[in-house]
Design a binder for this molecule. Sequence first.
Ligand code: ADP
Ligand code: 5GP
Length: 214
Amino acid sequence: MVPDIFIPFRPEDRQDRPGYFFILSGPSGVGKNTLLSIVLQGMSGVYYMPSATTRSMRAGESQLNPYVFMSTNEFEQMIEHGQFLEWKKIHTNDYYGTHLPSIQFAIEKGFDIITDMDVLGCEDAVVAFSDHICTIFITPPSMDELSQRLHGRDSDVKSIQTRLDRVELEMKHQDQYDFVLVNDDLEESARRLRKIIEEVRSSKEFKGKRQMMR
Ligand code: ADP
Ligand code: 5GP
């Protein structure tokens, strides 16, 4: 079971406003976690919030990097105990979910957090925490490049195909996001992502797309 608040927030990172909740979406394999690891290395005070999942670890992954890996039974117990802001079954039959108490704590206490979510989970999060959310959609430079990235990361053809099958659904939602960023050149894309996050963090109140449409 995931402990109540498992992110080691430091008091000096507390902001003089509610915390911002940054959400990155985009097709699997577009580079969300790669971008995040580069951006977070050079930025203090923004915490990566690992989602929970029941999918198996890939080579190079470990507990909390990038997920809290758990069994289906553990995940279902957390659902029963109302521990998720949202959860979805994505790809084959794997659960992915966002830990609600950590998000509530961070926003309330003034800590900025960032996570990765599919487009449907992001819709749920926006409904729950609208005034504190900044959404960023990452797109690939082309579908060929996305396919190459998926093949470069994984050798399981079936797993790659299930991810490619979801691309259309993910891409259809990009207009709902506050920012859309093409992940072409990695360093340049990381620089642009860092700039977006820094600009939003420096504002007392972020007026994203959703707030302006109200
Ligand atoms: P996601 O988190 O969106 O599922 P990953 O961060 O795991 O995607 O990236 C998928 C693969 O693409 C990884 O092998 C990564 O090294 C590669 N990758 C990510 N961004 C780029 C980029 N800008 N150019 C080339 N390869 C990239
Ligand atoms: P994978 O890492 O297995 O290739 O792909 C995971 C997919 O699930 C991505 O589309 C990612 O954005 C999404 N995802 C990761 N964490 C969460 C979460 O907590 N909730 C939801 N709804 N989607 C998530």
